[in-house]
Design a protein around this ligand. Sequence first.
Ligand code: PHE
Length: 330
Amino acid sequence: MENLEERIEQANTLEALEKVRIELFGKKGALAAEFAKLKDVPGPEKKAFAEGLNKNKAKLQAVYDERYELLKKEEIERLLKAEAIDVSLYNNLNEKGALHPVMATMDKIIDYFVALNFSIEDGPKVEDDFHNFEALNLPKNHPARDMQDTFFFKDGAVLRTHTSPVQIRTMLAQKPPIRMIAPGAVFRKDYDITHTPMFHQIEGLVVGEVGEVSFANLKSVMSDFLHYMFGDVEIRFRPSFFPFTEPSAEVDISCIFCEGEGCRVCSHTGWLEVLGCGIVDENVFKAVNYKNVSGYAFGLGIERFAMLLHKIPDLRMLFEGDTRLLEQFR
Ligand code: PHE
């Protein structure tokens, strides 16, 4: 019996133990063989012999049960280890993306003008000379063409240098009154901390009957819009020049970095230039055959707004796709 116990103890896996179990407890097993001897035991000794066998059987059973529990426990532990899922493992499959700050800024601007009933218009990025320059009162050889460093194609087409050609396309396609914005990419040969060869603008154009649209309207809409974008800032209209507007203004807000004290970002002026605007020049209406109307127009760079809103120091960062920047906009 000692020997049988040892065989149980030496089984190191559940499989080995099962084999031992059959060898010991099975129909043709060691115990069955012992019990078979009972019939040859003389009558008076039968009882004691049987009791002895049963005791041994019970003891072996107990040893077996204990061994079984132990091996089973080891097996479960092995499985738990092997099949474990490390729930602390970083899982980026569930991470959500987000709008690029330039697109988010564009959407915020669009929301403002859509609420004022402006339509959203679109135009081609490869433009012709007429829409990008000529119709905007920028005749050939006019020095003001140099204000915008243009990418030219061999056939004379250009990458649009501003969204203003969409004004022309919209006026040629629709009758007044007009209340439109045109968001989109524009292109200029420029590259430094505040310029990239591709950037985005939003153009605005409002055309109504003479006397209906005034500089006062333009001023109030621009002021309200800039307060919507930048909160409680000072706003200043500075006389300026654009070929397609007369009079023209550039609009500044008090520097949101130094609150007008003067800092590096505002070149110590306390002011940040944020958009151009003006009353639509008569020559523009002539080019699209509009009569007895007046209007105002404005244009702004979306990247510049995004930079100011999020205090991004270098415009080029917006185009590098660096996730350390982009992750902050989730
Ligand atoms: N098109 C001008 C630019 O790109 C901006 C502008 C638009 C100015 C409309 C006045 C009116 O700089």
